[in-house]
Design a binder for this molecule. Structure first.
Ligand code: TYM
Length: 342
């Protein structure tokens, strides 16, 4: 079976972008692939964060995975920091990851520009190396993510090839190893629609956890009236009717795409059904569809989060399975890099 891994940061609440760009796509994949889904708590400390909130956010996020349909009888669900190999492999990888590659990462540039050099931790720069470690440890074939992670995936692939060339093959064999590639080179799986869900208040910037205004996103756990209110107040324009793909109407395109994904209709069906609607009519259609779609997820979430023994059991089992796979890769890398075996 081919293998798939992916993860979400436990910062703030999970929003519609995380759901439509990533989590929702995990659900259909778990039937066909060997899947591991983690909560990347180690990534959540790369910007200033609240230590009092981290463990709660991590549990909440794991419960949301399950509520969205991740099935622990099929997929391994675990917390990144519970599998120590992630940080260990990261150190090894960081010895061959050129600083130049990391400096070019758009997310680093954006986030460090905002905070200023003296306030940015080294981990913000080396973050993609940890992400590469998350993926390469499991010899993953595919990584389902949104558009904003594409560049990090590209770096992961280049890093895998670099390590394979530097330490794999005959050189590894000489050191007593199996030979061949140390890492599988993974491919991103980016959905055709939903890979970049935009902000409700600005159709040109992406929906994000870190945007200051909560009005800019729909969180999966937002109550009905909050969802209705956010949609009612989101940015509109003064063109007649509703249409996809008009570059002058990014907000319109974004909301139609969200509706398309949530309703399960095709783009043509949505375009047809909505072309003569005004903003008011369309917004109430969208709000109702969102509320109906998220309601069962919210109900399941409440059940899961209130049964802490069940949730903890799943996370323990997930971490045990993941550690088995991860340790094998890690030991191979230690061997190929020439370390004295324990
Ligand atoms: P994070 O936590 O920022 O986002 C989690 C997932 O949601 C996707 N996403 C979006 N998709 C569509 N529209 C949006 N507006 C939107 N915002 C976020 C992201 O692309 C991502 O798939 N570095 C990663 C987490 C990570 C990871 C990994 C992922 C760490 N290690 C290994 C895959 C494999 C991140 O910060 O995602």
């Amino acid at each position: 079976k081919k293998r798939i891994v992916s993860g979400v940061q436990p910062t703030g609440s999970i929003h519609l972008g995380n759901y439509l760009g990533a989590i929702r796509n995990w659900i259909s994949l778990q039937n066909t692939y060997d899947t591991l889904f983690f909560i990347v708590d180690l990534h959540a400390i790369t910007l200033p964060y609240d230590a009092q909130q981290l463990s709660k956010a991590t549990r909440d996020t794991s419960a949301l995975y399950l509520a969205c349909g991740v099935d622990p009888s099929k997929a391994s669900v675990f917390v990144q920091s519970h599998v120590r190999a992630h940080v260990e492999l990261m150190w090894l990888l960081s010895s061959v990851a050129p600083v130049g590659w990391l400096n070019r990462m758009i997310q680093f540039k954006e986030k460090s520009l905002k905070a200023g050099d003296e306030n940015v931790g080294v981990a913000l720069l080396t973050y993609p190396v940890l992400m590469a470690s998350d993926i390469l440890l499991y010899q993953s074939d595919f990584v389902p993510v949104g558009e904003d992670q594409k560049q990090h995936l590209e770096l992961t692939r280049e890093l895998a090839e670099r390590v394979n060339n530097l330490f794999g093959g005959r050189k590894w064999k000489k050191l007593g190893g199996r030979g061949g590639a140390l890492f599988k080179v993974p491919e991103p799986l980016i959905p055709p629609v939903g890979a970049r869900v935009m902000s409700l208040t600005d159709g040109l910037s992406k929906m994000s956890k870190s945007a200051p205004s909560d009005q800019s996103r729909i969180n999966l756990l937002d109550p009905k009236d909050v969802i209705a209110n956010k949609i009612k107040r989101c940015k509109t324009d003064s063109f007649p009717g509703m249409e996809f793909d008009n570059p002058e109407r990014p907000e319109c395109n974004n909301l139609l795409s969200i509706y398309q994904l949530i309703s399960g209709k095709t783009k043509e069906e949505v375009a047809q059904a909505c072309q003569d609607m005004n903003w008011g009519t369309f917004k109430s259609l969208l709000a109702d569809a969102l509320i109906d779609h998220l309601h069962p997820i919210q109900v399941r979430y409440e059940e899961i989060i209130s049964d802490s023994a069940y949730l903890d059991g799943i996370l323990v089992e997930g971490a045990t399975k993941a550690s088995d796979i991860a340790d094998t890769t890690l030991n191979n890398v230690y061997q190929a890099m020439g370390f004295l075996q324990r």
